[in-house]
Design a protein around this ligand. Structure first.
Ligand SMILES: C[S@@+](CC[C@H](N)C(=O)[O-])C[C@H]1O[C@@H](n2cnc3c(N)ncnc32)[C@H](O)[C@@H]1O
Length: 180
C-alpha cells in the first residue's frame, strides 16, 4: 500500500514539475505551439527564399520543426530553447542532422553568430517587439543586415518589408553610429 502511495506521489510530482516548466517558459516568452510545415515551406520559398548559404537562428525553437525545414533546404540552423525538455527532445530527434544545433538558453541573451543571416520567431506581439530590438542590436554589433521572420505576429511599431498570409518579414539594418 505504501509503495503504491509513493509511486502515485512520484507521478504527481513529475507531472507538476513538467507543468511548471512549460508554464514558466510560456510566461518567459511564448507557450509551445509549433509552426505548420506547409506554411514554413511557403515562407522559405516565397517570403524569404532560403539558400544553402543561409544561417537561420530560431529563437524559441520548440520541437525543432523550423530547423528541420531550414536544413532540408541546405541551410545551417541553430535553435535556442529555454524549456530543457523541448531542447532535449528536439536534440534527440534531430541528432543525425549535422546542419542543426540546439542550445538550451534564453533567447533574449543569445548572441547571434557572425554568419547569421536570418532569425525566425513565433511568439506574440510583445515578445516580437522585444526580439526586433534584440536583433537590431545584434545587427549593429555584427555590422551587417539581418532578416527577421515572425510567424503570425507583427512588430506593431515597424512596417514589414514583405508579408504572407501567415508570416512577416523584416529587414533590419545595423544602426549608423551617431555623429558627434
Ligand atoms: C510558439 S513556440 C514556437 C516553436 C518553434 N519556433 C516553431 O515555430 O515551431 C515558442 C517556443 O519558445 C520557447 N520560449 C519561450 N520563451 C523563451 C525564451 N525566453 N528563450 C528561449 N525560448 C523560449 C517556448 O518554450 C516554445 O517552445
Amino acid at each position: 500500500m505504501q509503495v503504491i502511495l509513493i509511486f502515485i506521489l512520484g507521478v504527481v510530482l513529475v507531472v507538476v514539475v513538467l507543468a511548471l516548466i512549460f508554464l514558466a517558459t510560456g510566461i518567459a516568452g511564448a507557450p509551445y505551439v509549433p509552426s505548420q510545415k506547409a506554411q514554413l515551406h511557403e515562407t522559405f520559398t516565397r517570403l524569404y527564399p532560403l539558400k544553402s548559404s543561409d544561417l537561420l537562428v530560431d529563437l524559441g525553437s520548440g520541437d525543432g520543426i523550423v530547423l528541420a525545414c531550414a536544413a532540408e533546404r541546405g541551410a545551417r540552423a541553430i535553435g535556442v530553447e529555454l524549456n530543457p525538455i523541448m531542447a532535449l527532445l528536439s536534440r534527440v530527434r534531430l541528432r543525425r542532422n549535422k546542419k542543426i544545433s540546439i542550445k538550451c538558453g534564453n533567447m533574449y541573451y543569445y548572441r547571434l553568430p557572425a554568419e547569421t543571416t536570418v532569425v525566425y520567431a513565433y511568439a506574440n506581439h510583445f515578445v516580437i517587439q522585444k526580439l526586433y530590438s534584440h536583433v537590431q542590436a545584434e545587427a549593429t554589433h555584427l555590422g551587417h543586415r539581418l532578416y527577421l521572420i515572425s510567424n503570425a505576429f507583427d512588430c506593431r511599431a515597424v512596417k514589414p518589408q514583405k508579408r504572407s498570409e501567415t508570416h512577416y518579414l523584416y529587414r533590419i539594418e545595423p544602426a549608423r553610429p551617431k555623429k558627434k
